[in-house]
Design a protein around this ligand. Sequence first.
Ligand code: GUN
Ligand code: FE
Length: 442
Amino acid sequence: KRGWRANLLWFADAAKKELSYLQDGLLITAEGADGVVRIEALGAYQEVRQKYCDVSVTHWPDRCIAPGFIDLHVHYSQTDVIASPAQGLLPWLEQYTFPHEKRFSEIDYASSVARYFLDELQRNGVTTALCFATSHVESVDALMQEAQARRLRMITGKVLQDRFSPDGLRDVDTAQSLQQTQSLIEKWHKKDRLGYAITPRFAPTSSERQLRGCGELAQQYPDVWVQSHAAENKDEIRWVKELYPKARSYIDVYDQVGLLRQRAIYAHCVHIDGEDRDRLADVGASIACSPTSNLFLGSGFFDFAGADEAGVKYGLASDVGGGTSFSPFVTMHAAYTVALQDAGRRSHSLSPHDLWWMHTAGAAQCLGLEGIVGNLLPGCEADFVVINPSATELLKRRTTQAESLEEWLFAMIVLGDDRLISRTVIQGDDYAKVGQAYWPEI
Ligand code: GUN
Ligand code: FE
């Protein structure tokens, strides 16, 4: 058992999207019989210390312990595609992304990118991600191995794309792409903290046969995740309509092949209608909302109010390399800005509590991992960040003058970036021990 003394920020009532703040708290972590380190207790320092007088305590005065962030959609293979300008999604894929992803057939290259990517996630306070690899089996092995060595809760999968993709990236044999997926599920799913996601890239680059095969695997392995892209860009949607003329909508393409279910997470869903939203809500599928990507690629504005009305689950995601930052603070800030846009619909004001929830406990709910990650309640796995609200002069001025919890959180969301994260603790281990020694003494 170990103790961690600092100010605490967490969702004390799991049913409410509302953060609680506790000055000078104590968090107790303990390793279970299964080797997983979980949170055993938290509360006011004096109170908790009485019950745990023997444990060794790490004390970070003036710092705040908060749940590790969850990135609900990111491409590790696009770490070096970030900041590539293009006229919209399809040219961006063709000019930059597809050519770059071909390189991940080389396991040594894939491993070196995976190491840098995980360093970057952890440096930014992201402790769990639902991540695209590439169409190469090697790209999955590389990321899984690196994540396993760092004891991370990481979910990824081989991308399936058997058409309209260049040589070296396209699955040449549809049956084989499905067999590879199944072998990778058997190899990696639920190994330590790892999870597998069946990952058809998006409707245009999969034959109907490949999508159907994915749907069959999704049924055969109900606790495996499903991830794809949907309704991101107008040109893309027109293309899907041509390729799947019988489908009612883009979302309906996935529905028809059995890919709408719980633990299915669709990135973007910017241009969907009420019927799509109702269907997503009915089956318990979720949306990964990626505001920096939607802004950068000119895709559009996500309709937060529409999603709330239908009761669809959604969470926040960087979508790097379409997205422009690994930092959850930058993503939350962008989500706030986007929600305020009218875009011919209703503008919607997201509170700092809403935004934080969408990147932690709310994202965990989308993954079916509520009570496991994304919060600090007893029973949750011990992945957390240590925040320094005075990381920059401007942050210090603004956070110390905040007159309410809302103002304090909002200042961090608007002004924050990787500098706000003093440390990321994974499974009760300072990240410095498993990754590069980034952290200075605090
Ligand atoms: N749609 C299909 N592939 C991709 C991708 O790699 N990034 C984004 N943003 N959208 C996609
Ligand atoms: Fe994406």
